[in-house]
Design a protein around this ligand. Structure first.
Ligand code: KIV
Ligand code: ZN
Length: 562
């Protein structure tokens, strides 16, 4: 029996009575640092080459990232080469700072500075592992030994920087595996590092708290971050950064709560690429802020380009349900959702505050179109089908026909077993309702109103089979229906008919839809014509034709109501 939860222990809650973060609201974006080119790259089956890194770097710059971790130059030749290329070819914009990672080991730090030679600005990010499990099982060292690695690393980082005063250096330290580190020890190491770097004396410092492995609920991480902020020395002189991973699926939530708990800066990757379940997804977190009316200070409006570049560089495709970026995230298949979206969108005016059911943001903000919002499969209802016909073909249906036609579409979807596109919906509508049998095609009509009512004359059919109907009644439909009853020996009752003027740009000007009963059985039809009377008469003829058959059995003149 392998599947045994008793193998695991719960994460001990942080004993914190004074937590303030739950009452905080994020009102401005944190500083962002994209680590796609380092953490993201280290997790790829096929790490990026220099040209792919350049492409992704250019995208990150275009999106507005001001700090970009470009690699681990001491550990990888392509990372070293890429760092040199950026510096030698002067490819780093004035307002962007590159960041590189190194372990706290003398030879790696030295090589890192070689990679950065001549840079105008850079963040040197040094780390060592501090967690209990790493201390005891990986490094087999006590707290002092681990702290010594950090202190030594901090000293060497500073010494190399001191030798290169032409570069504006920022130092960053990460107690790697912070989430598994006792808080008192984490703060001891952080303070020891800062005692060497002295952020209070002007050295820019970032202290980065990584959830290298996400081990608990996001509130626990927020407690850890707030605790560190409250207990560390030099708090007001350093930027606190967080770097969350997504092992429990809460990487974004943990980073958001960490910002509420005092973090100034967030590291992550586009689309959350990274080790195991990935890093915190920058797209999701930035768009979450955007959806709350907070400027994310990133321009994610070209979401298609973002996913294209990320996919090309990482060779990982974007999940269709990926928040904000996936192909299906603004699409509703369910009938009730479609209905609600359609109703909200129909009353939405440009400039209104966004308040549309089922759509947390306006898809157009990310370069998506409303056309993609409603897509039809067997789960879709009348609202969606009607919406597609109206949106793509300018055809609006009365409610009774929406209900009826959606069943036609549903049958087609069930038979085909997938999505029914808008052209198929249009074709189905044509075949089922608009098709005119030649013998039932309206040729001409004449209406004359006087004291006796409406005198109507209608001619339909082709060639030899031309039929004529005439009579007097309250209206054309009544007269023609009565004449058809007489002619075909049927009982005909008109249940509903609706006429619509069509939107500009369509060939016909009017659409009429009719539902009749012939001898107690329902028949429906619709017709497009240049005027509403023609459309209504044609719809009536088509509906009767669909019952009586392809050939009008009699020609000659028949009279209706007199
Ligand atoms: O996840 C992690 O801990 C890291 C560090 C090197 C910051 O990537
Ligand atoms: Zn990481």
């Amino acid at each position: 029996m392998n599947f045994d939860h008793r193998k695991y222990s719960p994460f001990a809650p942080i004993a914190k009575r004074d937590r303030r973060w739950p009452d905080q609201v994020i009102t401005q974006a944190p500083g962002w640092c994209a680590v796609d080119l380092r953490d993201g790259n280290q997790a790829l089956i096929k790490p990026m080459g220099v040209s792919q890194k350049q492409r992704l770097f250019d995208l990150l710059v275009k999106l507005g990232f001001k700090e970009i971790e470009i690699g681990f130059p001491a550990a990888s030749q392509p990372d070293f080469d890429f760092c040199r290329k950026l510096i030698d070819e002067n490819r780093i914009p004035e307002d962007v700072t590159i960041q590189v990672l190194t372990q706290a080991r003398p030879e790696l730090i030295e090589r890192t500075y070689e990679a950065l030679e001549g840079a105008k600005r850079a963040v040197v990010h040094v780390y060592n592992s501090t967690s209990t499990v790493q201390r005891e099982k990986v490094f087999r060292m006590d707290r002092e030994g681990i702290k010594e690695i950090a202190i030594n690393g901090a000293r060497i980082v500073k010494a190399h920087a001191d030798k290169r005063p032409d570069t504006a250096w920022t130092f960053q330290y990460s107690p790697e595996s912070f989430t598994g580190t006792e808080l008192d020890f984490a703060v001891e190491v952080i303070d020891a590092v800062n005692d060497i770097w002295r952020p209070d004396q002007g050295q820019p410092v970032v202290i980065n708290l990584p959830a290298t492995v996400e081990m608990a609920t996001p509130n626990v991480f927020a407690d850890q971050v707030e605790w560190i902020c409250d207990h560390m020395k030099y708090r007001q002189h350093v930027r606190i950064s967080v770097h969350t991973h997504n092992d429990r699926g809460c990487g974004v939530a943990a980073a958001e709560l960490a910002v509420m708990a005092g973090a100034d800066r967030v590291e992550g990757t586009l689309m959350g690429n990274g080790e195991r379940t990935g890093n915190m997804d920058l797209v999701t977190m930035a768009m979450n802020l955007y959806s709350q009316g907070v400027d994310p200070r990133l321009d994610l409006s070209g979401m298609r380009e973002i996913t294209e570049v990320v996919e090309a560089c990482t060779e990982i495709s974007t999940h269709p349900r990926h928040p904000y970026a996936g192909e299906l995230v603004f699409t509703a298949f369910s009938g009730s959702h479609q209905d609600a979206i359609r109703k909200c969108l129909s009353s939405y005016q440009e400039g209104d505050a966004w308040n549309i059911a089922y759509l947390p943001i306006d898809p157009r903000d990310l370069g998506r179109r409303y056309e993609e919002v409603v897509r039809i499969n067997s789960q879709s209802g009348k609202g969606g089908v009607a919406y597609v016909l109206e949106r793509d073909f300018g055809i609006s249906l009365p409610r009774w026909l929406q209900i009826e036609f959606s069943k036609v579409v549903q049958n087609a979807a069930e038979t085909e077993g997938g999505e029914v596109d808008s052209h198929t919906i249009h074709r189905l509508f044509h075949e089922r309702y608009l098709h005119v049998q030649p013998d039932w095609a309206l040729r001409t009509y004449d209406l004359h109103r006087d004291d006796a009512g409406v005198q109507a004359f209608v001619e339909f059919g082709t060639g030899e089979g031309v039929s004529r109907l005439s009579g007097t009644g309250h209206g054309a439909v009544e007269v023609v229906a009565a004449a058809l009853e007489v002619r075909h020996g049927i009982q005909l009752a008109v249940e509903a008919y609706d006429e619509f003027a069509l939107s500009e740009g369509t060939q016909a000007n009017a659409l009429a839809c009719i539902r009749i009963q012939i001898n107690g059985k329902p028949y429906s039809a619709a017709a497009l014509a240049e005027d509403t009377t023609s459309a209504t008469l044609q719809a009536l003829l088509s509906a009767v034709g669909s019952c009586v058959g392809a050939h009008a059995p009699q020609t000659g003149v028949s009279s209706g109501v007199h």
